[in-house]
Design a protein. Structure first.
Length: 265
Protein backbone atom coordinates (compact mmCIF):
# COMPACT_ATOMS: atom_id res chain seq x y z
CA UNK A 1 0.00 0.00 0.00
CA UNK A 2 3.03 2.29 0.29
CA UNK A 3 3.17 2.46 -3.51
CA UNK A 4 -0.50 3.47 -3.68
CA UNK A 5 0.01 6.14 -1.03
CA UNK A 6 3.10 7.45 -2.84
CA UNK A 7 1.17 7.71 -6.11
CA UNK A 8 -1.94 9.34 -4.62
CA UNK A 9 -0.03 11.79 -2.42
CA UNK A 10 1.84 13.16 -5.45
CA UNK A 11 -1.37 14.23 -7.21
CA UNK A 12 -1.80 18.02 -7.22
CA UNK A 13 -5.28 18.39 -5.71
CA UNK A 14 -5.88 21.89 -7.10
CA UNK A 15 -4.81 20.94 -10.63
CA UNK A 16 -6.91 17.78 -10.37
CA UNK A 17 -10.06 19.77 -9.46
CA UNK A 18 -9.46 22.40 -12.13
CA UNK A 19 -9.01 19.78 -14.87
CA UNK A 20 -12.29 18.11 -13.89
CA UNK A 21 -14.06 21.48 -13.89
CA UNK A 22 -12.60 22.32 -17.31
CA UNK A 23 -13.92 19.00 -18.63
CA UNK A 24 -17.38 19.68 -17.18
CA UNK A 25 -17.33 23.20 -18.63
CA UNK A 26 -16.90 21.64 -22.07
CA UNK A 27 -19.75 19.21 -21.40
CA UNK A 28 -21.95 22.15 -20.45
CA UNK A 29 -21.48 23.53 -23.96
CA UNK A 30 -22.45 20.20 -25.56
CA UNK A 31 -25.38 18.97 -23.47
CA UNK A 32 -28.66 20.78 -22.97
CA UNK A 33 -30.02 22.28 -19.78
CA UNK A 34 -33.32 24.01 -19.01
CA UNK A 35 -31.33 26.61 -17.04
CA UNK A 36 -29.57 29.08 -19.33
CA UNK A 37 -27.82 32.18 -18.08
CA UNK A 38 -25.59 34.94 -19.39
CA UNK A 39 -22.54 36.44 -17.74
CA UNK A 40 -20.83 33.14 -17.09
CA UNK A 41 -17.42 34.82 -17.19
CA UNK A 42 -18.33 37.09 -14.29
CA UNK A 43 -19.90 34.14 -12.48
CA UNK A 44 -16.71 32.10 -12.93
CA UNK A 45 -14.50 34.95 -11.71
CA UNK A 46 -16.66 35.50 -8.63
CA UNK A 47 -16.43 31.82 -7.71
CA UNK A 48 -12.73 31.58 -8.56
CA UNK A 49 -11.88 34.25 -5.99
CA UNK A 50 -13.51 32.05 -3.37
CA UNK A 51 -11.46 29.10 -4.53
CA UNK A 52 -8.18 31.00 -4.25
CA UNK A 53 -8.93 31.94 -0.64
CA UNK A 54 -10.24 28.47 0.17
CA UNK A 55 -7.17 26.84 -1.39
CA UNK A 56 -4.89 28.89 0.88
CA UNK A 57 -6.86 27.91 3.97
CA UNK A 58 -7.15 24.31 2.76
CA UNK A 59 -3.36 24.01 2.48
CA UNK A 60 -3.03 24.76 6.18
CA UNK A 61 -6.01 22.58 7.09
CA UNK A 62 -4.63 19.67 5.03
CA UNK A 63 -1.40 19.77 7.05
CA UNK A 64 -3.48 19.50 10.21
CA UNK A 65 -5.50 16.64 8.73
CA UNK A 66 -2.40 14.65 7.81
CA UNK A 67 -0.90 15.17 11.28
CA UNK A 68 -4.18 14.17 12.97
CA UNK A 69 -4.57 11.04 10.84
CA UNK A 70 -0.98 10.01 11.59
CA UNK A 71 -1.55 10.41 15.33
CA UNK A 72 -4.77 8.39 15.18
CA UNK A 73 -3.12 5.65 13.12
CA UNK A 74 -0.04 5.51 15.35
CA UNK A 75 -2.32 4.92 18.34
CA UNK A 76 -4.43 2.42 16.35
CA UNK A 77 -7.67 4.25 17.04
CA UNK A 78 -10.85 3.19 15.23
CA UNK A 79 -13.07 0.21 14.44
CA UNK A 80 -10.96 -1.27 11.65
CA UNK A 81 -8.12 -1.80 14.10
CA UNK A 82 -10.41 -4.21 16.00
CA UNK A 83 -11.19 -6.42 12.99
CA UNK A 84 -9.11 -7.92 10.19
CA UNK A 85 -10.33 -7.35 6.63
CA UNK A 86 -8.53 -7.25 3.25
CA UNK A 87 -7.19 -3.77 2.53
CA UNK A 88 -9.29 -3.41 -0.64
CA UNK A 89 -12.44 -4.00 1.42
CA UNK A 90 -11.25 -1.45 3.95
CA UNK A 91 -10.52 1.05 1.14
CA UNK A 92 -13.96 0.75 -0.46
CA UNK A 93 -15.78 0.67 2.87
CA UNK A 94 -13.70 3.62 4.07
CA UNK A 95 -14.76 5.81 1.14
CA UNK A 96 -18.42 4.91 1.76
CA UNK A 97 -18.14 5.54 5.50
CA UNK A 98 -16.43 8.90 5.03
CA UNK A 99 -19.28 9.83 2.70
CA UNK A 100 -21.75 8.86 5.43
CA UNK A 101 -19.94 11.05 7.97
CA UNK A 102 -19.97 13.92 5.45
CA UNK A 103 -23.72 13.34 5.01
CA UNK A 104 -24.28 13.98 8.73
CA UNK A 105 -21.91 16.97 8.81
CA UNK A 106 -23.72 18.41 5.77
CA UNK A 107 -27.08 17.83 7.41
CA UNK A 108 -25.85 19.51 10.60
CA UNK A 109 -24.65 22.47 8.50
CA UNK A 110 -28.27 23.08 7.50
CA UNK A 111 -29.60 22.83 11.04
CA UNK A 112 -26.98 24.74 13.01
CA UNK A 113 -27.31 28.53 12.87
CA UNK A 114 -23.55 29.07 13.00
CA UNK A 115 -22.68 26.42 10.43
CA UNK A 116 -25.50 27.50 8.12
CA UNK A 117 -24.28 31.11 8.12
CA UNK A 118 -21.10 29.79 6.45
CA UNK A 119 -22.63 27.06 4.31
CA UNK A 120 -25.33 29.31 2.83
CA UNK A 121 -22.60 31.07 0.81
CA UNK A 122 -22.51 27.92 -1.30
CA UNK A 123 -26.31 27.76 -1.53
CA UNK A 124 -26.62 31.44 -2.42
CA UNK A 125 -25.50 30.75 -6.00
CA UNK A 126 -28.56 31.47 -8.15
CA UNK A 127 -26.93 30.25 -11.40
CA UNK A 128 -25.34 26.87 -10.94
CA UNK A 129 -22.61 25.49 -13.16
CA UNK A 130 -19.40 23.54 -12.65
CA UNK A 131 -17.70 26.59 -11.10
CA UNK A 132 -20.20 26.43 -8.22
CA UNK A 133 -17.82 23.79 -6.83
CA UNK A 134 -15.52 26.72 -5.97
CA UNK A 135 -18.14 28.68 -4.06
CA UNK A 136 -17.47 27.85 -0.43
CA UNK A 137 -16.64 30.29 2.34
CA UNK A 138 -12.95 29.87 3.28
CA UNK A 139 -13.89 29.54 6.97
CA UNK A 140 -16.24 26.61 6.37
CA UNK A 141 -14.05 23.94 7.97
CA UNK A 142 -16.76 21.56 9.21
CA UNK A 143 -16.28 19.09 6.36
CA UNK A 144 -12.51 18.89 6.91
CA UNK A 145 -13.10 18.31 10.63
CA UNK A 146 -15.71 15.69 9.72
CA UNK A 147 -13.11 13.75 7.72
CA UNK A 148 -10.86 13.53 10.78
CA UNK A 149 -13.83 12.41 12.88
CA UNK A 150 -14.53 9.68 10.31
CA UNK A 151 -10.91 8.54 10.44
CA UNK A 152 -11.04 8.43 14.24
CA UNK A 153 -14.29 6.43 14.38
CA UNK A 154 -13.48 3.88 11.71
CA UNK A 155 -9.67 3.64 11.88
CA UNK A 156 -8.90 4.78 8.34
CA UNK A 157 -5.52 5.81 6.96
CA UNK A 158 -4.33 8.72 4.84
CA UNK A 159 -4.48 6.64 1.63
CA UNK A 160 -8.21 6.09 2.15
CA UNK A 161 -8.71 9.78 2.93
CA UNK A 162 -6.92 10.82 -0.28
CA UNK A 163 -8.89 8.25 -2.30
CA UNK A 164 -12.13 9.63 -0.87
CA UNK A 165 -11.09 13.15 -1.88
CA UNK A 166 -10.27 12.09 -5.45
CA UNK A 167 -13.63 10.34 -5.83
CA UNK A 168 -15.80 12.96 -4.13
CA UNK A 169 -14.36 15.84 -6.18
CA UNK A 170 -15.50 14.12 -9.39
CA UNK A 171 -19.00 13.70 -8.00
CA UNK A 172 -19.27 17.24 -6.61
CA UNK A 173 -18.12 18.94 -9.81
CA UNK A 174 -20.39 16.89 -12.08
CA UNK A 175 -23.34 17.35 -9.71
CA UNK A 176 -23.07 21.14 -10.02
CA UNK A 177 -22.51 21.20 -13.80
CA UNK A 178 -25.21 23.03 -15.76
CA UNK A 179 -26.50 19.93 -17.51
CA UNK A 180 -29.60 17.79 -17.14
CA UNK A 181 -28.88 14.07 -17.16
CA UNK A 182 -31.47 11.56 -18.44
CA UNK A 183 -34.14 10.32 -16.01
CA UNK A 184 -33.15 6.68 -16.53
CA UNK A 185 -29.87 7.49 -14.77
CA UNK A 186 -31.82 8.53 -11.66
CA UNK A 187 -33.90 5.34 -11.81
CA UNK A 188 -30.90 3.01 -12.09
CA UNK A 189 -27.58 4.05 -10.55
CA UNK A 190 -29.53 6.76 -8.72
CA UNK A 191 -30.82 4.07 -6.39
CA UNK A 192 -27.36 4.02 -4.79
CA UNK A 193 -25.28 6.92 -6.14
CA UNK A 194 -26.02 10.65 -6.19
CA UNK A 195 -26.76 11.78 -9.74
CA UNK A 196 -26.40 15.39 -10.97
CA UNK A 197 -30.19 15.78 -11.10
CA UNK A 198 -30.53 14.64 -7.49
CA UNK A 199 -27.96 17.06 -6.14
CA UNK A 200 -29.47 20.00 -8.01
CA UNK A 201 -32.68 19.41 -6.02
CA UNK A 202 -30.58 20.20 -2.94
CA UNK A 203 -30.01 23.68 -4.40
CA UNK A 204 -33.72 24.41 -5.00
CA UNK A 205 -34.97 27.58 -3.29
CA UNK A 206 -37.85 25.86 -1.49
CA UNK A 207 -36.70 24.95 2.01
CA UNK A 208 -37.98 21.36 2.03
CA UNK A 209 -35.82 20.62 -1.02
CA UNK A 210 -32.81 22.62 0.19
CA UNK A 211 -32.88 20.40 3.27
CA UNK A 212 -32.69 17.14 1.31
CA UNK A 213 -30.28 15.04 -0.76
CA UNK A 214 -27.25 15.81 1.40
CA UNK A 215 -25.00 12.94 0.25
CA UNK A 216 -22.18 13.62 -2.19
CA UNK A 217 -21.44 10.10 -3.45
CA UNK A 218 -24.05 7.68 -2.07
CA UNK A 219 -27.64 8.93 -2.23
CA UNK A 220 -28.29 5.70 -0.36
CA UNK A 221 -27.65 7.63 2.89
CA UNK A 222 -30.52 10.03 2.12
CA UNK A 223 -32.78 7.12 1.27
CA UNK A 224 -31.88 5.32 4.51
CA UNK A 225 -32.13 8.37 6.77
CA UNK A 226 -35.31 9.86 5.28
CA UNK A 227 -33.97 12.98 3.55
CA UNK A 228 -34.34 11.93 -0.09
CA UNK A 229 -36.57 14.03 -2.36
CA UNK A 230 -37.11 14.18 -6.11
CA UNK A 231 -38.23 16.94 -8.45
CA UNK A 232 -37.61 17.44 -12.20
CA UNK A 233 -34.64 19.74 -12.87
CA UNK A 234 -36.73 22.00 -15.15
CA UNK A 235 -38.93 22.88 -12.14
CA UNK A 236 -36.02 23.99 -9.96
CA UNK A 237 -35.03 27.53 -9.01
CA UNK A 238 -31.54 27.77 -7.63
CA UNK A 239 -30.25 29.90 -4.78
CA UNK A 240 -31.74 31.46 -1.66
CA UNK A 241 -34.48 34.07 -1.80
CA UNK A 242 -32.65 36.28 0.71
CA UNK A 243 -29.69 36.48 -1.71
CA UNK A 244 -31.65 37.34 -4.86
CA UNK A 245 -30.45 40.95 -4.87
CA UNK A 246 -27.54 41.16 -7.38
CA UNK A 247 -25.55 43.16 -4.80
CA UNK A 248 -25.74 40.15 -2.50
CA UNK A 249 -24.17 37.94 -5.17
CA UNK A 250 -20.93 39.91 -5.11
CA UNK A 251 -17.82 38.43 -3.56
CA UNK A 252 -17.33 41.10 -0.90
CA UNK A 253 -20.87 40.75 0.43
CA UNK A 254 -20.76 36.96 0.42
CA UNK A 255 -17.43 36.95 2.25
CA UNK A 256 -18.84 39.03 5.12
CA UNK A 257 -22.35 37.52 5.02
CA UNK A 258 -21.72 34.93 7.81
CA UNK A 259 -21.22 37.83 10.18
CA UNK A 260 -24.43 39.62 9.14
CA UNK A 261 -27.88 38.68 10.38
CA UNK A 262 -29.84 37.68 7.27
CA UNK A 263 -33.34 36.34 7.80
CA UNK A 264 -34.49 33.38 5.73
CA UNK A 265 -37.27 34.25 3.28
Amino acid sequence: MKELYSYLSNIDSNLYAILIIAGCFILEQVFSSPHKFVGRGKHLLNNMIFYILTAIVSYIVAKGQVWSVKQLNDHRIGLFYLIQVPYLVKLIAGVALLDMVTYWIHRLSHNSTILWSLHRVHHSDSHMDSSSFFRFHPLELSFAIGNVIGVAIFGLDITILITYFLVVVIFIVIEHANIETPRWLDLTIGLIFTTPNMHKIHHHKEQEFTDSNYADIFILWDRLFGTFKYKPVKELQYGLAEFDDPQKQKFDFLLKSPFIKIEKL
